[in-house]
Unconditional design. Structure first.
Lengths: 366, 470
């Protein structure tokens, strides 16, 4: 293989998959083990049923595997940075491998698990790892697909040759990495909060999103008055339906024991609150400074810029809502705050990936 | 009357300091911005592309609703104005609260109450007489500022942290203000310059000469590494300075900025074309050369041929407006008008260099408009290279950067510092330690535990029987 980095990214793809399986086993067997122990002490379950597998401390192994995966992708990222530097004749010394989609995806698959690792040590909520390592694996798989293929590094275009760009992208990527951990924790939180009904809710949410993307937006796009009206009505109906379902599920479920949720909610909040400064400073400030040097304005309402602003605003709404409506409210307000965190991550995905498919913009490189 | 006005003022203040209003406004702005990413905006999109996408009617509807220019629409600006007011009012209210917080002294708290704190620890046993200075030293080592009050040690750090998020919110207002200054008093233009051009700007007491421009490729590659333009500032006929600008490295002089922004061949502005002219009967009249917006005379026929426009990539919209799809030489076409000696227009037509386009056009025109006295073919074209300079004057820049700086400072302070307070109550047979942190962070538990351990290790309590409270 001509490029060392490519080899290591392939290795890390495998490694993240293994890690993902470990986390999955931890969630499936680890928790059932806890429940079984409880059952044994209560005398409900006979001891010794399929002890073997669930005796293993999957959580510990999962974290170890995570460290190995991170180590492998660290080498990959460093190797890629050097290769890119060589290809660009070191026009600017600090070049992070972030100039193509392939490079950003591989970079993310290094940084997101790394940040998650730090948060895991703090909060010890390992269920989040399923989502994070799964995401890293998917990103690497996408990066390895033929259309993005780990091609030879090429010299970076002139518009990307700036220290500010490096700082800008680095901050945003760190912000997104925190948000990703936060989103994983939000999923765990919602799972705990609504228990099995979450499938219903996520099913409904996915259905609503699909309806919006495939029916509401195209209907609105026709620009005929009646159809625009219809799409508006449909959107309102979807929102109302989803809200109603949420209330229904909330009412029907057992009252949530706040103590069980508190730690997870704190992890969600800390991840989002730590991600916000990176994302907002990286996007609005450093992005602005760079755009001023490269395109002569800090802010031009370019679609990607605007989508980034939308994301920052959604997280600002999340932070303020949590502040005023109270995260500790075990009632629907606490739930609403968690759904705002979901909305925030949807916005992250839109600004990061979705926008490239909807509109052409100056930022078409990432 | 006065009471009434006062009441209104108070109600307005309450309205504008509501965080619920902030949430609603931010959500609405986010929603409109989202719409602005889905519908292409005027700044990036040509009319013809709109028509190609939405049709004439759809485009007109969009335009009427100001959806093609959302960020300049009255409703968006109105929301922004409301939001700015909201932000300013909130900041004012919060600043008052922070000020009260800042002024709130740390005071004596009874040991029974201290024991009820979330972070609290009691060591009982007989306490040494020099306990207080030793504990004070530990706390000082951890960066606490220490006071003593009625045999109670009051220690705290980072009280000023409370202002961090206020600084952040104020800086947002400053950034918005700076943007407004640029919008109102700034100046921006795009200049296409050729070698040797001298650019003069309205209001500027200097001129800028374009000495030369070139591009550089990566070694052994077709990829462009950078575009550069060498500029010289001339003031009072003296050359002040010469600088080579490139992408990401503009020239800044007296508040004006010159950015390397484009590079290419100036087909639309200054193409030089070679046309072959024929009479209707097919007699060749020869080849002639002319530039856009100008033309040439054909003395033998006593006519003047005017070259109206050159499009490097000819295409037609739905309602038959000609435009250039790209700036590349894909389907070159030139618009020509022929006048007789009296200035009377004899004909007008497009001429193409791609033979199949030429044939298609001639047959179509023959069907629609009948015979024309001349036939024209586009046989050659050149155009000068140009460098595209974006020129701006940006009086809001220092304000915006000042705001940026404090956005960062405020947010970082808010993120990394939280006001911490420690009470240590020392009596003859007991030491009670209690701590509090603003916003009740988890990480404080660790620091508290460490402090307690260090105090325990001082051995200032004999026969310690420690007891964890709560
Ligand atoms: C786009 C605009 C805004 C952004 C990005 C923003 C951002 C933030 C952030 C990051 C925090 C810290 C939250 C936390 O620590 O959990 C915060 C706190 C706060 N914001 Fe905003 N904010 C914005 C607008 C507003 C407005 C308009 C108001 C007034 C209604 C407001 C009022 C507050 C208040 C009262 C706090 C509480 C601070 C505290 O006591 O910790 N903010 N804001």
């Amino acid at each position: 293989m001509r490029y060392l980095s490519v080899l290591f990214f392939y290795l890390s793809t495998v490694s993240y998959f293994v890690t993902f399986v470990f986390y999955l086993l931890y969630v499936v067997l680890g928790s059932s083990q806890r429940e079984r122990r409880l059952g044994e002490t209560l005398g409900i379950v006979a001891a010794g049923v399929s002890e073997g597998l669930s005796q293993i401390a999957w959580g510990v192994w999962a974290t170890r595997a995570l460290l190995v995966s991170i180590a492998i992708s660290t080498i990959g990222v460093i190797a890629r940075a050097i290769e890119l530097g060589n290809a660009s004749q070191w026009v600017k010394i600090v070049l992070l491998p972030l100039s193509t989609t392939y490079e950003t995806l591989t970079f993310f698959s290094w940084l997101i698990p790394l940040i998650y690792f730090v948060m895991e040590r703090k909060f010890q909520i390992k269920q989040v790892g399923v989502f994070v390592t799964g995401a890293a694996f998917v990103m690497l798989s996408v990066a390895a697909s033929p259309s993005l293929a780990p091609s030879a590094p090429t010299g970076v275009p002139a518009s990307l040759q700036s220290y500010w760009l490096t700082i800008h992208v680095l901050f945003m990527v760190i912000g997104i990495a925190f948000f990703t951990s936060g989103f994983g924790a939000t999923l765990v939180y919602l799972w705990r909060r609504y228990e099995k009904k979450l499938f219903l809710l996520f099913g409904a949410l996915l259905g609503a999103l699909a309806t919006i993307i495939f029916i509401v937006v195209p209907l609105f796009g026709t620009l005929q008055f009646e159809k625009m009206l219809a799409s508006g009505a449909l959107l309102a109906a979807l929102c109302a339906g989803f809200g109603w379902l949420l209330l229904f599920v909330h009412r029907e479920g057992q009252p949530v024991a706040w103590e069980r949720l508190e730690n997870i909610e704190e992890m969600v909040y800390r991840c989002n609150a730590l991600g916000f400064p990176f994302y907002a400073i990286g996007g609005l400030v450093f992005g602005g400074i760079w755009a001023e040097q490269a395109w002569s304005r800090y802010w031009g309402w370019d679609p990607k810029e605007t989508a980034m602003l939308v994301t920052a605003l959604v997280y600002a709404v999340y932070l303020h809502a949590r502040l005023t409506w109270g995260a500790r409210d075990p009632g629907w307000r606490g739930g609403l705050v968690a759904w705002l965190s979901v909305l925030g991550y949807l916005a992250v995905l839109y600004a990061w990936i979705g926008i490239n498919y909807f509109v052409a913009s100056l930022h078409s490189f990432v | 009357m006065r009471a009434f006005l006062k009441e209104i003022a108070r109600d307005l203040y309450t309205f504008f300091t509501s965080i619920t209003l902030a949430i609603v406004l931010i959500s609405l702005i986010a929603l409109l911005a989202l719409l602005g990413t889905l519908i292409p905006q005027e700044t990036f999109t040509r009319e013809v592309d709109y028509i190609a996408r939405y049709g004439v009617e759809g485009y007109n509807t969009l335009k009427k609703l100001q959806l093609t220019n959302i960020f300049g629409s009255w409703y968006f600006l109105f929301l922004m104005a409301l939001f700015t007011l909201n932000l300013a009012a909130c900041t004012h209210k919060r600043l008052m609260a922070s000020w009260r917080y800042w002024k709130l002294p740390m005071g004596f708290i009874r040991p029974e109450d201290l024991k009820r704190f979330e972070h609290s620890y009691a060591i009982s046993g007989s306490v040494c007489s020099d306990a207080s200075p030793k504990i004070r030293e530990v706390l000082q080592r951890h960066g606490y500022r220490v006071r003593e009050h009625n045999s109670q040690i009051l220690a705290e750090k980072w009280r000023w942290e409370r202002f961090g998020i206020d600084v952040f919110h104020i800086s947002l207002v400053i950034v918005i203000f700076g943007g407004l200054v640029t919008m109102l008093f700034g100046y921006r233009t795009f200049a296409i310059a050729h070698q040797g051009d001298v650019l003069r700007l309205p209001g500027a007491d200097f001129a800028v000469r374009v000495n030369r421009f070139w591009s550089e490729n990566y070694k052994n590659s077709e990829r462009v590494m950078d575009w550069r333009t060498e500029l010289t500032v001339i003031e009072n006929d003296k050359e002040i300075l010469t600088k080579t600008i490139e992408v990401n490295a503009p020239l800044r002089y007296k508040g004006y900025n010159f950015y390397q922004s484009a590079f290419g061949t100036d087909w639309q502005g200054a193409a030089r074309v070679t046309l072959a002219l024929f009479r209707a009967d097919g007699t060749a009249l020869g080849e002639f050369v002319g530039t856009v917006d100008d033309g040439f005379a054909v003395p033998s026929e006593n006519i003047f041929v005017k070259i109206g426009a050159f499009l490097p990539d000819f295409a037609l919209t739905e309602n038959l407006i000609a435009y250039s799809r790209t700036q590349r030489l894909e389907n070159p076409a030139v618009f020509v008008e022929i006048y007789d000696a009296q200035g009377f227009r004899l004909m007008r037509t497009w001429a193409f260099s791609r033979p199949e386009m030429q044939r298609f056009w001639e047959t179509t025109m023959a069907r629609v408009g009948g015979e024309t006295p001349y036939r024209i073919k586009l046989v050659g074209m050149t155009a000068p290279e140009f460098t595209g300079l974006q020129i701006t004057k940006d009086p809001g820049r220092p304000i915006v950067y000042f705001g940026f700086l404090f956005v960062i400072v405020g947010l970082l302070v808010h993120m990394y510092f939280k006001h911490r307070q420690i009470w240590v109550h020392i009596s003859e047979n007991e030491i009670v330690i209690a701590g509090m942190v603003r916003n009740n962070l988890k990480s404080f538990a660790e620091e508290f535990r460490r402090l307690v351990r260090e105090i325990e290790r001082l051995q200032i309590v004999t026969h310690p029987e420690s007891e964890l409270v709560v």
